[in-house]
Design a binder for this molecule. Structure first.
Ligand SMILES: [Zn+2]
Length: 316
């Protein structure tokens, strides 16, 4: 896992911009539908568990785009190579149910019509089902079987729909303003990751736009055995390794191979350089591409570089 920065506001390529604005329109419409479905169920007889009709083509479309443009053909969590066809769109905050270990978090809300208190199991972050900040391309190993699935461990209670007064709303920074209910004034859904993270304190790391204190680059260390361990005793890093199964035997082997491939490519590059007129920019670009997470297992390869080659002078 390597932290990757992505800000759609910085896109300049006309094709990328075209895709992004069209996708956002679809995502916004689907989010309204998801919230409406929940609120309809809430005021209905509730004789069946809440279940949403999700529009999976929308998040699949984004997943394919992210694999092409942000996480080059690799799983955002384990950095294994995947193609667009095989990968899943993984919801960092699960869209249809939440588990904290084996437990399903309980939550309480006041009924939108008569105000009585309703206790229920957290239904999942359905309002984030089409939020790009919550969608990451993932391999099937990280997102099924012994992988993450519906797990979202947090130190604090999981956020759900809340009633907010105008004064409370005003106190929330503009860029974190929650989504308003479709049917009932005064009810809101938090969706900005900054705000949700602050409230919930997730116990797993997110590779997309991580905040510096929880950046996988800072908290995960890769050994030459291919194994990954927490740095600085981080409980979040430890939980991340466990939830995503990052020390799976096959993954460790693949990381070792990626480190070996890095070494060969690095020395091939050095050999190609003209000793009388070395192109340092070429070497720097090679390292920068790994630092940007452009290759499978970039984090493990960079660790290898840091350990073995930081003392090796670059061509003068
Ligand atoms: Zn994976």
């Amino acid at each position: 896992m390597i932290g990757v920065a992505f800000d759609p506001a910085k896109l300049v390529d006309p094709d990328q911009l075209k895709f992004w604005s069209a996708w956002q329109v679809k995502a916004r419409k689907a989010t309204v539908s998801a919230i409406t479905q929940f609120e309809d169920w809430l005021v209905g007889p509730r004789d069946k568990p809440f279940q949403l009709n999700f529009q999976s083509p929308i998040w699949k479309e984004l997943k394919d785009w992210l694999l092409e443009n942000v996480f080059p053909d690799k799983c955002a969590y384990c950095e294994r190579t995947i193609s667009g066809y095989y990968g899943d769109a993984e919801h960092f905050r699960p869209k249809g149910a939440v588990k904290n270990g084996q437990a399903i978090p309980e939550c309480q809300i006041d009924h939108p019509i008569d105000g009585h208190i309703l206790a229920m199991q957290h239904p999942g972050y359905f309002w984030l089902a089409y939020d790009w900040r919550n969608l990451l391309p993932s391999c099937v190993y990280c997102n099924s079987g012994n992988g993450k699935n519906e797990q979202f461990p947090t130190a604090n209670p999981h956020v759900f729909v809340e009633r907010l007064t105008p004064a409370q709303l005003q106190a929330i920074p503009q860029h974190c303003q929650p989504l308003a209910s479709i049917r009932w004034p005064g009810r809101f859904y938090y969706h900005a990751p900054e705000y949700l993270n602050e409230r919930e304190k997730p116990l797993i790391l997110c590779p997309l736009n991580p905040i510096p204190a929880y950046d996988p680059r800072k908290l995960l260390r890769f050994h030459l055995t291919g194994k990954v361990v927490p740095k600085e005793g981080s409980p979040e890093a430890e939980m991340t390794i466990k939830v995503f199964g990052l020390n799976d035997k096959k993954l460790c082997e693949l990381r070792q191979k990626a480190q070996e491939s890095f070494r060969l490519k690095y020395f091939d590059l050095l050999r190609e350089l003209d000793p009388d007129n070395p192109d340092q920019a070429k070497v720097q670009k090679f390292i920068d591409d790994y630092a940007a997470g452009k290759y499978p297992f970039s984090a493990a390869a960079l660790e290898y570089y840091r350990v073995f080659y930081r003392a090796v002078p670059k061509p003068a």
